[in-house]
Design a protein around this ligand. Structure first.
Ligand code: I3S
Length: 128
C-alpha cells in the first residue's frame, strides 16, 4: 500500500560513477566544473558522493561517506542536452528549486540506463 511504502526504507534504485557539473543554483548560472561523482538513486533522491577512487581507505568506513549533495527528484525535469556540452552523452537535470546539473558518461548504454531510471522515478512522483 502507499502507506507502507512511505514508511519503509527508501529503495536503492541505482548507483554508479558519472561525470557531473552543476550549471545553475537557484536559477543563477554557474561556471562549469566537471568532476567524476559517485551517484546513488535512492527513494525520491539523487545523491552525489565524491569519486570513490579519489578517497582514502578511511573514507570507505561505514558512516564516513558523507554525501556532497542531494537532489529531490519530485517535480524535476530531465532532458538530453548534447547542445550544452562538447562532451557526448550529456543530460540536464533541473530541480523545482532551479538547481541544474549536467551528467555524462562516455558509455552510451550507461547514460541511457541512468536517463531511463531517473525519468521513471520522476514520472512515478508526478503521479503521486
Ligand atoms: O560550456 P562551456 O563554457 O564551453 O564549458 C566548458 C568550460 O566550462 C571549460 O572550463 P573553463 O572555461 O573554465 O576553462 C571546461 O573545462 C569545459 O569542460 C566546458 O565544456 P564542456 O564542453 O566540456 O561541457
Amino acid at each position: 500500500s502507499p502507506e507502507c511504502s512511505e514508511s519503509s526504507t527508501p529503495e536503492l534504485e541505482k548507483a554508479g560513477l558519472l561525470n557531473k557539473t552543476k550549471i545553475a543554483e537557484g536559477g543563477r548560472k554557474l561556471r562549469k566544473n566537471w568532476n567524476p561523482s559517485w551517484v546513488v538513486l535512492v527513494g525520491n533522491s539523487l545523491v552525489f558522493f565524491k569519486d570513490p577512487k579519489s578517497q582514502s581507505p578511511a573514507s570507505w568506513k561505514p558512516g564516513n561517506s558523507r554525501p556532497e549533495s542531494s537532489v529531490d527528484l519530485r517535480g524535476a525535469k530531465l532532458h538530453w542536452a548534447n547542445d550544452l556540452s562538447s562532451k557526448k552523452n550529456v543530460f540536464r537535470l533541473r530541480t523545482v528549486t532551479g538547481n541544474e546539473f549536467l551528467l555524462q558518461s562516455e558509455t552510451d548504454s550507461v547514460i541511457k540506463e541512468w536517463y531511463g531510471t531517473i525519468q521513471s522515478v520522476i514520472h512515478r512522483l508526478d503521479r503521486d
